[in-house]
Design a protein. Structure first.
Length: 161
């Protein structure tokens, strides 16, 4: 089952929309406030990461401006695997939180606050949050092969196949 991310409630247009990820990473990030909705039925308005429980697994990772192009390239090259495993990816960069969409767009996140991101990360580089909202993996670096292996070993993932 493909999970598609639909973005609505656009308050500001992303001026970098038509540029490549590399150009985007090298330029100043334009701010866009976007509400994130998942194509599964959701009855309540999305508020915080808890609203993604039972809808998506979550990766929260932090990076700096110098490593952003490498991170975006990694995510883009694994987009199908991220989508297949229902993973929403949040990036903490320069005291802002962004959501990476599986189509390669990076948008300002309204679902995850900076304080919630730091609280969940607890001085680690990256974490994996399961469908139930619990922390399933803590990583010193973002190794997507390891993350995928951890997910694929989970009972919920095995029942999805």
């Amino acid at each position: 089952m493909q999970i598609l991310l639909i973005f609505s409630l656009t308050l500001l247009f992303v001026s970098m929309q038509s540029r490549s990820i590399e150009t985007f990473a090298q330029a100043n990030i334009s701010y866009a406030y976007i509400g994130l909705a998942i194509t599964s039925p959701i009855k309540n308005k999305l508020t915080g990461l808890a609203s993604l429980n039972w809808q998506n697994r979550i990766i929260i990772t932090q990076t700096n401006s110098a490593k952003l192009p490498e991170l975006l390239s990694l995510l883009q090259s694994h987009a199908l695997f991220l989508q297949e495993r229902k993973i929403a990816t949040f990036i903490v960069l320069n005291d802002q939180v962004y959501v990476y969409t599986n189509n390669g767009t990076v948008l300002n996140s309204t679902l995850l606050s900076l304080s919630e991101a730091h609280s969940r990360l607890r001085d680690k580089h990256s974490i994996l949050i399961g469908l139930d909202g619990g922390t399933k993996g803590v990583y010193d670096s973002l190794d997507l092969q390891r993350v995928f292996a951890d997910i694929d070993a989970m009972p919920m993932r095995r029942s999805e196949r």
